[in-house]
Design a protein around this ligand. Structure first.
Ligand SMILES: *[C@@H]1O[C@H](CO)[C@@H](O)[C@H](O)[C@H]1NC(C)=O
Length: 497
């Protein structure tokens, strides 16, 4: 072959490779997500009980950027038909939402099931199914009943019993129609972020103890719910259950920091995933050792990370039907210098490992302080998870981008494209068995300590409108088109919405 023909040939190859590379595999599923506290509002209607987030916003308004709360939010409690309509407009295969524990069980316990709460979720589930959209349901997305918080919340080992009872009620009521379940959303936020930062509910600072008690209790609660589904509901309903972890990808600042970066991954991901997904179960060995050392050095009689019994290790191990990954951002990690102070939030500096994080110079920042753009991170995270836990089914259960205002959001489209390209590389080049992707979020909503200032929505929500009018952004058109064409190819036409 002469050089000219070789060039033409390789160009053709490159073009066909690119075209192929930008296409999602047949059967791949696209969805979008919300969470109860962030969208429902109606915090005190009917017999609904108070959640720890209701209490937190009312009692500590200064801890929310715009001093707002979830009292009305997107009013999805009343606007659920519009929510289904938006899911239908986008052509979503599934809609991921969460059940509000206190809407269903006002006291927090399973002694009384709210008829009003049951009706609300039945309407939402049935409405989605009528449109051919699968409900993908999270049992717990941070809104613990205040009654249970008053008893110690996630630091009390009994929380596993309370969660198990709640899970059984939800599976009993909705399991005939819901086939995709997440037990708990982002345990690292419930435990590490909460007890290290004070910026989330409850505002209790207990990094050396609370975070680790919570860590073990969340693992036990998840496993209880999984086992209940497995034994009592799977034979009838054949659904799938997992836990959705939050993943920040860590790269070493210099080659000398490689070992520390791996320890940080085991700390931030392994501490919540290894007990469930690894072959051996229990805590990652490197973390167990590091935390015991630091606890003894601090004068404790034993590790702050509570041990699992052998029976508990077996009980938690293997309690998954797929791997649910939430991912947004990355960090570079290095060893802390002498005298340096630590900033746990945005959850990444780790005083217990002597690790400091930073942004790589060329990573763009976003409108929210914890979020730097690093598309390659999502691919590396997936590859790492596959290498750690094996060739299991992965679903991205959250990924998205924040802006502050506007219907025209080219930067959000750019983010989705860049991240989704990396997702395709994970599937095609790294052989990750990834079957679904979930955009966060279907609509703007109450973004925790950012209040309503940070907007993740494919749809804009007008908070001055009593009906909380929802309007599609440009990114909604992009996503609709992607779902229709299965390709990120720019040439594909964009539909009206
Ligand atoms: C519900 O809460 C709102 C504040 O968000 C308050 O104005 C209203 O009176 C409360 N309703 C009931 C029935 O307590």
């Amino acid at each position: 072959m002469d050089w000219q023909r070789a060039v033409v040939f390789s160009t053709l190859l490159a073009v066909s490779w690119c075209a192929e590379d930008l296409t999602f595999p047949p059967g791949f599923k696209f969805g979008a997500a919300t969470a109860a506290f962030q969208v429902e509002g109606a915090w005190n209607v009917s017999d609904k009980g108070e959640s720890k987030w209701d209490r937190f916003c009312h009692e500590f308004p200064h801890k929310i950027q715009d001093r707002s709360n979830g009292d009305v939010a997107c009013d999805s409690y009343h606007q659920w038909k519009r929510d289904i309509e938006m899911a239908e407009e986008l052509g979503l295969h599934f809609y991921r939402f969460s059940v509000s524990w206190t809407r269903l069980l006002p006291s927090g316990f399973a002694n009384h099931i709210s008829e009003d709460g049951t009706r609300y979720y039945n309407n939402l589930i049935d409405g989605l199914l009528e449109k051919g959209i699968e409900p993908f349901v999270t049992l717990y997305h941070w809104d613990l009943p205040q009654s249970l918080q008053d008893l110690g919340g996630w630091t009390n080992p009994l929380v596993a019993d309370w969660f198990a009872d709640y899970a059984r009620v939800v599976f009993t009521l909705f399991g005939d129609r819901v086939k995709w379940w997440i037990t708990i959303n982002e345990p690292i936020v419930i435990c590490d972020v909460v007890y290290n930062s004070g910026i989330m509910a409850p505002p209790i600072i207990s990094p050396e103890t609370g975070a680790y008690l919570c860590n073990k209790n969340v693992m036990m609660a998840h496993a209880r719910a999984y086992r209940i589904y497995d034994e009592e509901f799977r034979p009838k309903y054949q659904g799938k259950v997992s836990v959705a972890n939050h993943h920040i990808w860590f790269d070493p600042l210099t080659p000398a920091d490689a070992e520390l970066a791996e320890l940080a991954r085991q700390n931030a991901v392994g501490r919540y995933a290894h007990p469930i997904y690894s072959k051996t179960g229990g805590w990652p060995a490197s973390i167990e050792k590091a935390l015991e050392e630091v606890s003894l050095k601090r004068g404790y009689s034993k590790s702050s990370l509570p041990a699992f019994t052998q029976e508990e290790i077996e009980f938690v191990r293997g309690t998954y039907d797929f791997y649910a990954m939430n991912h947004y951002t990355s960090r570079l990690i290095r060893k802390a210098r002498e005298g340096e102070t630590f900033n746990f939030w945005p959850f990444a500096d780790c005083i217990d490992l002597g690790a400091k994080v930073q942004k790589q110079e060329d990573w763009d920042v976003t409108s929210t302080f914890w979020f730097f753009i690093h598309p390659e991170g999502i691919r590396r995270q997936l590859a790492w998870l596959k290498q750690q836990y094996g060739d299991i089914e992965f679903i991205i259960t959250e990924n998205g981008f924040p802006t502050v205002e506007g219907i025209h959001d080219p930067i959000r489209i750019k983010y989705y494209k860049a991240y989704l390209k990396q997702v395709l590389l994970a599937i095609k080049e790294d052989g990750v068995y990834l079957t679904g992707y979930t955009a966060w979020s279907l609509m703007d909503n109450f973004e925790w300590s950012d209040g309503y200032a940070t907007k993740f929505g494919l749809y804009q929500v007008d908070y001055n409108d009593p009906h909380r009018k929802r309007t599609p952004r440009d990114s909604a058109r992009f996503y609709k088109n992607l779902i229709k064409t299965y390709t990120l190819d720019d040439g594909a036409t964009q539909d009206e919405l």
